[in-house]
Design a protein around this ligand. Structure first.
Ligand code: C5P
Length: 232
């Protein structure tokens, strides 16, 4: 397999409230995006990296991450779109034709270890078409209506909180994105969901605590503690 890595990094990061795009926020001495690129591009399984950068930031992003792209790995940076799905789509269009397996990794999950990229790629190599890392949920989840009334309490033992990198055979991912575009999907928050919509199987493998998503200020506090622990 020839594996390409796509990093959607074009989000505004409004919930983090830093006033700059989340992927460019600092974690320790470096931007979130730099941490994400280092783990993914350095995992040894990817041959190309395509980043969807915040609007107007493509050149700056290219300069920012280039030092962490290992020799022999290609780097492309495109401008993202107004939704995560559009950002992934643009990056997919810029992915070189020889790539037949795509790993999609949110810049926001910047501490996902290299081993997780390897595990996802291995599962695809072993024959799965779509693979996502996931962990059991710790909270009890409630489905509510718009008034806040509880509609249902799904059985927690059947639920997994999924992470990235999510891996796909490229042809399956492209079909899923085309179908999503045709129906004008605006609700998708991950790529596996688009594949599920096609009725294609998606497989969950064990995720990793460090692949947590940095969304709110408290997540950044936890991530800072994790890297301080690693550097001590
Ligand atoms: O908003 P959320 O945290 O779910 O975003 C997940 C990832 O998708 C982030 O890495 C973010 O930068 C990216 N994204 C994007 N383009 C958008 C919105 C989000 O690349 N328009």
């Amino acid at each position: 397999i020839v594996v390409g890595l796509i990093i959607p990094a074009a989000g505004a990061g409004e919930r983090l409230g830093a006033g700059i795009p989340k992927a460019l926020c600092a974690l320790g001495a470096e931007a979130l995006l730099v941490h994400a690129v280092r783990a993914g591009a350095g995992s040894g399984v990817v041959t190309t990296v395509v980043i969807a950068a915040p609007p107007g930031e493509a050149d700056a992003v290219h300069k920012l991450v280039a030092p962490d792209i290992p020799p022999g790995v290609e780097l492309h940076v495109v401008e993202g779109g107004s939704s995560r799905r559009q950002s992934v789509r643009r990056a997919l269009d810029a992915t070189p034709p020889q790539v037949d397996v795509v790993l999609i990794h949110d810049a926001a999950r910047c501490l996902a270890p290299a081993a997780l990229f390897v595990a996802v790629a291995d599962a695809i190599d072993a024959g799965r078409d779509a693979v996502v890392p996931g962990l059991p949920v710790v909270d009890t989840l409630k489905q509510v209506d718009e008034t806040g009334a509880v509609v249902a309490t799904p059985d927690r033992s059947l639920l997994q909180a999924v992470q990235t990198p999510q891996g796909f055979r490229r042809h399956v991912l492209e079909r899923a994105h085309r179908a999503a575009e045709e129906r004008g999907d605006t609700t998708a928050t991950d790529d596996a969901g688009l594949v599920e919509w096609l009725g294609q199987p998606v497989h969950v493998i064990p995720g990793h605590d460090h692949a947590m998503k940095i969304t709110r200020p408290i997540d950044l506090v936890l991530a800072e503690a994790l890297i301080a622990g690693e550097n001590s």
